[in-house]
Design a binder for this molecule. Sequence first.
Ligand SMILES: [Cu+2]
Length: 186
Amino acid sequence: MRAVPVLTSASPAPRSAARGGRTRTRLLALALCATLVSIGCGDEETKGDPSGADAGPDDGEEEVPCRAEYPVYHEGITVKAGELTVSLLTVSPEPPRQQTPNTWMLEVKDAAGAPAAGFTIENPDSYMPVHGHKGKRPPKVVPQSEPGRVQLAAIDFTMRGPWQVNFDVVPQGGTAIPATLQICVQ
Ligand SMILES: [Cu+2]
């Protein structure tokens, strides 16, 4: 049994376990950089603290360029949620911007292409997958009088780069369907 404490003290396992999620995120970001050969990524290794001593959820995170699946806002960005289709009608500011409240208008249509009725949008949030952090606070859902429309207000993006806006679409009498809009924040 003498070997056990020796192994424990010599092993980095406890530290790794405590920071597992963050380490995975950092590795993912580095892997993306390696495949993209993109600018700015090299800084992660030199400037970033490999011991992971950064204090906050996005303090000291390097900017990451947007890949093709994170488009700059344009007309026609949609996501399916079961039978329903959610379109991103307008964004303000345009393009979406960091560190300011963003307001998005969504339009939800049914399978026949008509404005959907009786649905709700719930649990909205903004999330930056490459760093594994959210915005400072979740957006607000603002119901609209026009059929099929709902506004997401005060969407928070803490930095530039590829972001997701996630929410549940709950059809009338149905169960929640998770949906994600991916967009490049300027
Ligand atoms: Cu970030």
